[in-house]
Ligand binder design. Structure first.
Ligand SMILES: NC(=O)c1ccc[n+]([C@@H]2O[C@H](COP(=O)([O-])OP(=O)(O)OC[C@H]3O[C@@H](n4cnc5c(N)ncnc54)[C@H](OP(=O)(O)O)[C@@H]3O)[C@@H](O)[C@H]2O)c1
Length: 317
């Protein structure tokens, strides 16, 4: 089978399209024929081995995961003897970050807990755009942020992969959503359901005086102290970018009746099923900025590393 292989840490230029052996599923594993994948910041960080702490998970000197790609959509090819939930031919999608990545390939192996049935009516490409970004938005808003109907929610970094889903999911939960993004992306943020938009080049939301019940921070460019005045008592600040301030100043903020926390999203079947349901109900519509072939994964990763995305980059395999 064809796969995009990374034998060392480095830029997208070190990636190679190789012919390698197709993996064999163990008794509790599933072999999936990948029909589409998508690119996430996680692929970018592991490819580069930066920031350095990612190497604790992905290998100190050389990458433990030599085929990247967390988000996949495809068809079950074979199942191990202990697999009960899926059958060959099932249309599935999932996030492989919990099972060693491997999505930038024609076939991949994972376990059933990281897969769900593909939402009906969605193409494989649309489906592959969903898993990691949508589940991150869901877990940030619902689990860490305890979102409630009528909440004033601010999403900092609302125009990227995670942010676009965060706007749509916050609206599903009945929140009033303020999206922070550049002016070029304001129209898209409104289309995704934002009630108001703050252009970060013109205004700093921490100085605007409006307090929020929940701030989902996907950028991490404001110190925790500056968040305090714009977080209501009882409100939550959820950082998607690992904020040391959330650890060190969290107790001080909780003494003030505010919750400050880091999110480390984790793939699971229940949340994928939740996302599928929203997709099938027409409540979640991925924005796809570009579609690439498997050979072009390095170009997709270069684009991801360049920043300023407004949607997901999808690989059609
Ligand atoms: N904690 C977790 O479990 C978890 C899971 C997934 C992702 N993440 C992290 O979440 C972050 C975003 O991921 P992503 O996939 O959404 O990336 P992305 O698609 O590249 O989006 C990043 C967005 O941030 C916007 N942005 C840049 N500077 C900004 C600023 N000063 N104020 C507001 N927005 C700004 C950019 O928009 P403009 O072009 O308008 O600047 C861009 O659209 C990454 O750091 C990733 O590692 C964390």
């Amino acid at each position: 089978m064809k796969a995009i292989v990374n034998k060392k840490y480095g830029s997208p230029d070190i990636l190679e399209l190789r012919e390698i052996a197709r993996p064999e599923p163990k008794p509790n594993e599933i072999l999936v024929r990948v029909l589409a994948a998508s690119v996430n910041k996680a692929d970018w960080h592991i490819l580069n081995g930066k920031p350095f702490p990612v190497r604790v998970m992905s290998g100190l000197m050389k990458p433990k995961y030599q085929i990247l790609g967390a988000d996949i959509a495809g068809v079950v090819e074979r199942i191990g003897a202990k697999v009960t939930q899926f059958r060959p031919g099932d249309e599935v999608y999932g996030d492989l970050s919990g099972s060693g990545f491997g999505g930038f390939a024609e076939y991949t192996i994972t376990s059933e807990k990281f897969l769900s049935k593909k939402p009906s009516g969605f193409t494989y490409e649309q489906t592959a755009a969903l898993p990691m970004a949508a589940v991150t938005a869901l877990q940030g808003l619902r689990d860490k942020g305890r979102i409630s109907p009528g909440d004033e929610v601010l999403i900092n970094g609302a125009s990227g992969g995670v942010g676009g889903f965060a706007i749509q999911i916050a609206k599903v939960f009945g929140a009033n959503v303020t999206a922070v993004c550049s002016s070029q992306k304001a129209t898209l943020a409104f289309e995704q359901g934002a009630d108001s938009v703050i252009d970060y080049n013109k205004k700093d939301f921490t100085r605007e005086g409006k307090p929020y019940d929940l701030i989902l921070d996907i950028v991490g460019n404001h110190p925790i102290r500056s968040i305090d005045p714009v977080l209501k008592k009882g409100g939550s600040y959820v950082s998607c970018t690992f904020s040391p301030g959330a650890i060190f100043l969290g107790p001080w903020m909780s003494a003030r009746g505010k919750i400050v926390t880091n999110l480390l999203a984790s793939a699971n079947q229940a949340d994928l099923q939740f996302i599928s349901k929203l997709a099938e109900e027409g409540k979640l519509d991925p924005v796809i900025q570009g579609t690439f072939t498997l050979d072009d994964v390095p170009d997709a990763l270069k684009m991801m590393g360049g920043g300023s995305l407004f949607g997901k980059l999808v690989i059609s395999v």
